[in-house]
Write a protein that binds this ligand. Sequence first.
Ligand code: ATP
Ligand code: MG
Length: 574
Amino acid sequence: MNKKNEKRTANMTTNDSVALTDFIRNIITEDLKANKNEARIVTRFPPEPNGYLHIGHAKSICLNFGIAAENKGICNLRFDDTNPSKEDIEYVESIKEDVRWLGFNWNDRLFYASDYFEQLYQYAVQLVKAGKAYVCDLNAQEIRDYRGTLTKPGKESPYRTRSVEENLDLFERMRAGEFEDGSRVLRAKIDMASGNLNMRDPVIYRILRAEHHRTGDKWCIYPMYDFAHCLSDSLEGITHSICTLEFEDHRPLYDWFLDELNVHHPQQIEFARLNLSYTVMSKRKLAELVEQGHVTGWDDPRMPTLSGLRRRGYTPESIRNFCERIGVAKRDSMVDIALLEHCIREDLNQHAPRVMGVLRPLRVVIDNYPEDQIEELDGPYHPEDSSMGSRKLPFSRVLYIERDDFREDPPKKFFRLSLGREVRLRYAYYIKCTRVVKDEQTNEVVEVHCTYDPETRGGWSSDGRKVRGTLHWVSADHSLEAEVRLYDRLFDKANPTGEKDTDFKTYLNPNSLETLTSCRVEPSLAGEAPGSRSQFERLGYFCVDAKDSSDGALAFNRTVTLRDSWAKIEKRKK
Ligand code: ATP
Ligand code: MG
């Protein structure tokens, strides 16, 4: 049987039709006009390899790679790997895969903060020599106690006045492994009375004997994020260091290090992170769901991770489109997950071939259809795009329809099949129900008997007789068995992290996954490639699960239903 795969043209860049504008792009336009940085644009996407990327990261990726592409600039992929105890090579690989999948390319500009460890150490020595950093022997708790609060100034460490020589000696010996983990730190000497807590002599190096996934046990001191990040940006010649709002209070420190060391000084610009309803967006929380088995892994199709969305059936185009639509703002807000679902529906509505599958099969016997006859009926793959072609649907005496599509006692406005009622089988014939067979014990209808009208081949009656219902169906003997997973939102509360005193996991939706095991799908889906997507008529968009599907066992994940709540909201607004 001929098979039609999704039709799409390669389109690897975002925004090739409309020019995007937002406050960051405005800054960039102004900088280009003013010939700042010789009119070069260099951005970076700097993930810490301590988890899988999520849809929030996609926003940052689209922004950084997008801005570079729009301005003939470049965008680096840099792993901010300064925290060896939480990081892993598995995360590095998954992040690379996800960025590529989203459609972006860092070419030969893959960097690691750990590549700069020696240089960063030298920068720290430079600060010590300039009297701008000192080795402090207070323990973590004492440092916290000395730090003061927003309303109370901090207290200076008794070690703050150590001589440059002593500091140099101690810092060198920290590196050489002479001291216990946590016994000493290197701190910047800034201002313990600063109104900004980040400026109260922040720690810039700590002693930590942890195997690093790239540098092994070469180092037993590691730079802190704030120190490593600005200097990595600087070393790479980044012009615009775009990050999320929680770093706004860190900007004075970002600027302080670069000014004190008198090195290339990128401009840090903060934007509001993406928050999405009915899910969580912190790697720590997502890791908790994985570790405690609330989901099957980082790529569980219910997860907001890129690997989860991919397995669910999302396309990179739909995610890039979503990121463009939500825009970039300065104020935190919550985006309705219905918008994300709307974006994938819009994409699949255009590109996904239509097929038929029956999720909860009910046997239908067409009593007046010849026992040994099989017809091949034509079914176009797309109602509006004839270039997608069509496939042959085998029709025979015994079929399956959806259990829900038959009612013994039909309520008002139920236009599907019931005793004595005539309906259309999509692309096939009109059928009329004549009797039912019930299970003697449960009284459940187990089989429906019908007659068909041979004059209605293709699903149209020549005498103009109308039917109100059109059902999807498959031939019992020709259809394939499949497992189908139906998903609902992972949480049943829009903002599961909104309540301080309640664990977000309290709001996990116990019905977020329903697995149906005896589904039947049309034979054209045999051998369908992992990840390929189609619309099951009337039921939604589905994709072949990339992990659990094999030649012999088809497994489908429902990406989304057909009901578009976002489109409805939009319509009401108009
Ligand atoms: P965590 O969730 O553990 O706080 P993180 O999500 O900030 O960590 P990083 O690896 O540091 O993880 O993120 C890489 C980049 O992605 C950063 O520049 C960060 O600002 C950006 N980013 C992270 N989350 C979001 C989000 N929800 N929306 C937009 N950008 C984000
Ligand atoms: Mg972070």
